[in-house]
Ligand binder design. Structure first.
Ligand code: XIL
Length: 321
């Protein structure tokens, strides 16, 4: 019942890069993806901007390919993401719909997308990054919370549950690995949702870790308190970036050792926490990592390098299992 997963590269800001979708054009990559992982998360292909590119029209091709690949290889799928402030299409955020129309657009999206993969996507990140760095709901930055109010969160979970009663529905965020103000805010949100009878089943910490920022030492304790509420937990987007002094600079041996330590401690915390049933890395290879784009000056955060050679973290994770 425990799954080691990876994101599946393709789409997102990488579209600006001069290479085609690695998922369909890099067999060396897909071979490793099939061989090493028991769960896949589309890195971008199920996000609004990609799966719902124009009003009233869905594009399922890229997402379908990933789900079919997972089925062919006996892998589970984590769906990502339904309610988020980022990577929404312009037609949506720049359109001038009424509240009633927006509600209907959202309901249709959730019902259509979750319904299409009914029984084939095991877990959905329903609410993604709903809470901001000020530990409050993103009622300004999140288009949906701004336009429809926070009550919409419960509705989205209900619609998703109706569309696929077997799928486990998650709240997912970053900087919630530790017991801290942000994870406290999540705990309160989960309690509210459960009290209202909302079908929320899981809480996942993305775990975008950085050796410079330090290891989240209370990770297991934090997962346990969500487990105590009856939720499943997961580490959903694990990577461990290091400071890279210049473009193309690899990590030093010392950095690789520290990185390996972070990876294994996070896996161990998840294995030890009864509620935690999956550990997903966000890009298993530096070849397609989002890190250098999102965090200039940092990189080399994956368990395999650009050439798909395993790093110390890869071997250490295997030993930990
Ligand atoms: C990132 C992808 O990795 C990039 O390819 C894309 O350009 C931007 O989004 N939290 C999330 C993920 O929930 O969806 C983000 O993925 C990383 C942070």
């Amino acid at each position: 019942g425990f799954h080691i997963g990876s994101s599946v590269a393709g789409g997102g800001h990488h579209d600006a890069e001069p290479y085609p979708d690695p998922f369909t054009h890099d067999e060396e990559y897909t071979d490793v993806l099939a061989r090493e992982f028991a769960s896949l998360t589309p890195e971008n292909r199920m996000k609004w901007s990609e799966i719902h590119p124009a009003e009233g029209s869905y594009d399922f091709d890229a997402a379908d390919r990933i789900v079919e690949f997972a089925e062919a290889n006996g892998q589970e799928v984590r769906g990502h993401a339904l309610l988020w402030h980022d990577q929404n299409p312009d037609w949506l955020e720049e359109g001038d719909h009424t509240e009633g129309e927006l509600r209907e657009i959202l309901r249709d999206h959730v019902t259509t997308v979750v319904g299409r993969y009914e029984g084939r996507v095991h877990q959905w990140d329903v609410g993604n990054e709903l809470i901001g760095d000020d530990n409050e709901l993103r009622t300004e930055e999140n288009f949906w919370l701004r336009e429809l109010g926070p009550e919409i969160i419960g509705d989205v979970f209900r619609w998703a549950h109706e569309a696929d009663p077997a799928a486990e529905l998650f709240l997912n965020d970053y900087n919630v690995e530790d017991v801290n103000d942000k994870s406290d805010a999540y705990l309160a949100l989960v309690e509210d949702l459960l009290a209202d009878g909302v079908p929320v089943h899981g809480f996942s910490a993305q775990a975008h870790l950085s050796t410079a920022a330090g290891y989240p030492g209370s990770l297991e304790e934090n997962l346990d308190r969500f487990g105590d509420l009856g939720l499943r937990t997961a580490l959903s987007e694990v990577d461990v970036r290091v400071e890279t002094p210049h473009e193309g600079a690899g990590a030093t041996e010392e950095q690789l050792a520290e990185q390996s330590d972070f990876y294994t401690r996070a896996l161990q915390a998840c294995l030890d926490a009864e509620s935690c049933t999956s550990f997903t890395v966000w890009s298993f290879t530096d070849r397609y990592s989002w890190i250098p784009i999102a965090f200039p000056g940092e990189g080399a955060g994956s368990i395999m390098d650009d050439d798909l050679n395993p790093k110390p973290a890869y071997d250490a994770l295997r030993e930990t299992l």
